[in-house]
Ligand binder design. Structure first.
Ligand SMILES: NC(=O)c1ccc[n+]([C@@H]2O[C@H](COP(=O)([O-])OP(=O)(O)OC[C@H]3O[C@@H](n4cnc5c(N)ncnc54)[C@H](OP(=O)(O)O)[C@@H]3O)[C@@H](O)[C@H]2O)c1
Length: 341
């Protein structure tokens, strides 16, 4: 009986002012809810851990309402239907909730449940990474916002991460030269030796500015920005005339509640006729089928490689999120909450 099943879920207890600690979230156990008419109860297989979760814990002005203190932490999941009182879904269906949570079971209105069109040759976890929102972010952010053209130089930071690693590979597929910036020799080696990047800069060990000058002697045409701060500034000050910055994220500023600083020389936008455009992947929702179709084809043709970093068990979620801010994740970070069905 459902009433005997227990749902472990993380509630937001306090808004962090700096890095996330054990005091900000609490793992509680509650009975699994019963679906009513038109509702679907899903069991979550994978929980995606994303840098934006830190923003959602904050009450700073942002693109979605902050998670309320006392509420379950919001997060993307890949899930299987456990019980359905909707004609559109049956137990066993693999789905993605439009809005999920850091919990083992989620009760959803049927309109919030999206079926996952799973290809038999693609691992399920890929639908949380290269074929999930990070892959789509790379696809639309680079192609629509960055507008790369063959022969141009693209620079991406957090380049070995879930978004950045796909950005670089798509840029290569467009015929661009690609330079990635990442933390550590192993991540940089992966970019150049396995993903085909033309160069990589280890920002922990090298001067980003000097290395950009050496690797991009003709400047930078497209900046795919994930980090913000000094790294953003170093790339920006090398943007060419008509250069574009696709502003995807500023992870170096998320643990600080103050406004996130921009580039030092704002006038460069004027002098060089730059386009700086922020975007949120939700803006492209209606075009997800187009993005998924292109990404799936590249995956099936072996054109895209990706890594997943999987933590085991919901209890890992709070500490696990910190890996994104220390660079301790090696690939798309997620938590496995149950064995794949
Ligand atoms: N606009 C959107 O709709 C959208 C959607 C998804 C993600 N994003 C953004 O995309 C970025 C990447 O997200 P992701 O999910 O792909 O995560 P990820 O890159 O897999 O993981 C985050 C990485 O950021 C790097 N990092 C963290 N703090 C840093 C710092 N202070 N300086 C330099 N690098 C730092 C670390 O890599 P190193 O080991 O290389 O330091 C870390 O592994 C984030 O800014 C995120 O907010 C935006």
């Amino acid at each position: 009986m459902n009433t005997q099943k227990q749902n472990r879920r993380w509630l937001l207890r306090q808004r962090p002012q700096a890095t996330i600690g054990a005091e900000h979230l609490e793992l509680v156990t509650e009975p699994v809810p019963q679906p009513g008419d038109g509702e679907v109860l899903v069991r979550n297989i994978y929980l995606s851990l994303d840098p934006t979760h830190r923003l959602w814990m904050s009450d700073r002005e942002q693109y979605l309402p902050p998670v309320e203190v006392g509420q379950v932490m919001r997060g993307g999941t890949l899930s299987v239907v456990e019980e359905s009182r909707s004609d559109r879904f049956a137990p066993g269906d693999i789905v993605k909730p439009a809005i999920g949570g850091w919990e083992e079971y989620t009760l959803l209105p049927e309109s919030w449940v999206r079926p996952v069109d799973r290809h038999p040759d693609i691992p399920l976890s890929a639908y949380m990474s290269v074929l999930g929102s990070t892959g789509l972010t790379a696809y639309f952010g680079l192609l629509d916002v960055g507008q790369p053209k063959a022969g141009e130089t693209v620079v991406v930071d957090a380049a070995a991460g879930a978004v950045g690693s796909i950005v670089g590979q798509i840029a290569r597929l467009q015929g661009c030269r690609v330079i990635g910036i990442a933390g550590g020799a192993d991540k940089c080696r992966w970019l150049t030796e396995e993903l085909g990047f033309d160069g990589a800069i280890d920002y922990r060990a090298e001067s980003v500015g000097e290395r950009l000058d050496a690797l991009c002697p003709d400047g930078v045409d497209v900046q795919f920005e994930n980090v913000g701060g000094d790294i953003m500034d170093a790339i920006y000050t090398r943007l060419n005339q008509d250069g574009r910055m696709a502003l995807c994220g500023m992870i170096s500023g998320y643990n600080d509640e103050r406004p996130m600083p921009g580039p030092t020389d704002f006038g460069r936008i004027l002098m060089k006729r730059l386009t700086v455009r922020g975007f949120i992947i939700l803006d492209f929702q209606e075009r997800f089928p187009e993005g998924l179709s292109a990404l799936s084809q590249w995956v099936l043709q072996g054109e895209l490689k990706w890594k997943t970093h999987v933590l085991e068990g919901i209890e890992q979620a709070q500490e696990g999120l910190g890996l994104l801010f220390s660079g301790g994740n090696d690939g798309k970070l997620m938590v496995r909450l149950m064995s794949e069905p």
